[in-house]
Ligand binder design. Structure first.
Ligand code: ARG
Length: 470
């Protein structure tokens, strides 16, 4: 009786414990469409080089069609002995058509699995990259709206209020990071787009195979150069995991800001009910779970990347079963980024910004301290001296206390009365002045941001075209 693809060499049955550890069907059946597509290409090539008749090729093609629909429609009769998707597809195709026993001619599961996973990864990037661009587009849309409304907020360093910037500037900063991620995904896709089919188990074949033909019919951009490398290379998995992890880290940082901004202490945003959760005990709560999960999911992505690199590091050439550990982290990373990007887009699209809370920090006269120093510099004072003059005024205004409305009032009075500063300098402390003053390339003031938003729109259009056009 036919059991595994390799039972012929063995007298005894595999133990249940081995099967439980060894079998990858529970997770690799996700690649069934890719496995069947790769088999179809292989079979067509075998016919072209004379290893199958055209009739055999067509019969196997019909059997593969049926296996495809049985799996797609949930009608596949999986067997205990189907250790992986390759075994299952071949076993079922052979039940349907005897010629399918020739399907594995000149092929090993080693080049087959590498081929399937590359096809799967290429498709996955084509699904995920547009979603990442979509989050960036949502940020850009909200940025445009915030820019038109003149919204500004305090920019932070060390999580201390530093200098005011446009809300558009802040949102666009996250969009640029995500555009780099989409680009990274495209680069990972480019390195994935190489066919390993025809490498055999490790050394190629004595049969007249045509790897360039299978590569072309599967739409691969190029074909492997070295059979050992072809079956053991999982760089494309690491490249993709890294691009996804970096995306996850960016979504995490964005998530963290939304968590902060939705707190009573910041009060910069109100979340839409559809993207917030409540507390089972505290009736007043509205929690930013989507943003928290965006932050939390980055942990598992980092784990997948680090874990799979550790899997690879000690492997001798060529194929080793350790490589079967490539799929679960990759699949999970793709699912994680897909779900997170979708939810975060929705959260961003629907939240509302609280202009007053943001402006009260942005327009705090203390946030314009650098502007005062720069005002002195424009009047000819060396910056180091200007810094000292303003620092002195700030220290006096604060006294022993923290920044407050009365301290801000004292600052205005001190500036107004100051020998080097005076009433003209006070204008730099007016609401919105420090925001408007930042005019240099890529700066946070409205004039510079207007230019930036146009560039962002162009970059987004390009990224969307690249992500969709693949
Ligand atoms: N399930 C295996 C994997 O995912 C397929 C390749 C098995 N090759 C072998 N020689 N046992 O890597």
């Amino acid at each position: 009786m036919s059991r595994t693809l390799w039972h012929g060499r063995f007298a005894a049955e595999p133990s249940a414990a081995l099967a439980a550890l060894n079998d990858s069907l529970p997770f690799d059946q996700r690649m069934f469409a890719e496995d069947i597509a790769a088999s179809r290409a292989h079979v067509a090539m075998l016919a072209d080089v004379g290893l199958l008749t055209d009739a055999e090729r067509d019969d196997i093609g019909t059997a593969l069609d049926q296996v495809h629909s049985e799996i797609a429609e949930g009608r596949m009769d999986w067997r205990q002995t189907d250790e992986d998707i390759h075994t299952a597809v071949e076993r079922r195709a052979t039940e349907l058509c005897l010629s399918a026993a020739k399907m594995h001619t000149g092929r090993s599961r080693n080049d087959q699995v590498a081929t399937d996973l590359r096809l799967w990864t290429r498709n996955a990037i084509d699904v995920v990259a547009p979603l990442v661009v979509d989050v960036a587009q949502t940020l850009a849309d909200r940025a445009r709206e915030a820019h038109d409304a003149g919204l500004r907020l305090p920019g932070y360093t060390h999580l201390q209020q530093a200098q005011p910037v446009g809300l558009a500037h802040h949102l666009a900063a996250h969009a640029w990071a995500l555009l780099r991620d989409a680009e990274r995904l495209g680069e990972a896709r480019r390195r994935t787009d190489v066919s390993p089919l025809g490498a055999g188990a490790l050394a190629g074949s004595s049969l007249p195979l045509d790897p360039a033909a299978t590569a072309a019919s599967l739409g691969f951009a190029s074909v492997f150069e070295n059979s050992l490398d072809a079956v053991s290379d999982r760089d494309f998995v690491v490249d993709t995991l890294y691009a996804l992890t970096m995306t996850g880290v960016h979504l995490s940082r964005l998530g963290e800001e939304i968590v902060l901004w939705s707190s009573a202490e910041f009060g910069f945003v109100t979340l839409d009910d559809a993207f917030a959760t409540g507390s089972s005990m505290m009736p007043q709560k509205k929690n930013p779970d989507v943003a928290e999960l965006a932050r939390g999911k980055a942990g598992r992505l980092i784990g997948h990347l680090a874990g799979f690199l550790a899997t690879l590091k000690g492997l001798p050439l060529a194929y080793n079963k350790d490589l079967q550990e490539d799929k679960e982290p990759l699949f999970d990373a793709v699912d994680t980024v897909r779900l997170t990007a979708l939810a975060l887009s929705g959260l961003l699209r629907t939240l509302s910004f609280r202009a007053d809370a943001m402006a009260s920090g942005a327009d705090d006269p203390f946030a314009a301290a650098t502007d005062l120093a720069e005002w002195l510099v424009a009047a000819g004072m060396p910056f180091r001296q200007a810094h000292a003059v303003v620092a002195d005024v700030v220290r006096q205004a604060l006294g022993d206390g923290a920044p407050s409305a009365s301290a801000a009032q004292r600052l205005v009075e001190l500036v107004s009365a100051h020998r080097d500063l005076g009433p003209a300098a006070v204008e730099r402390l007016a609401p919105g002045a420090a925001h408007r003053s930042r005019v240099t390339h890529g700066a946070g003031g409205p004039a510079a941001v207007a230019v930036q938003l146009d560039r962002l729109a162009a970059a987004l259009a390009q990224a969307a075209a690249a992500a969709d056009g693949r």
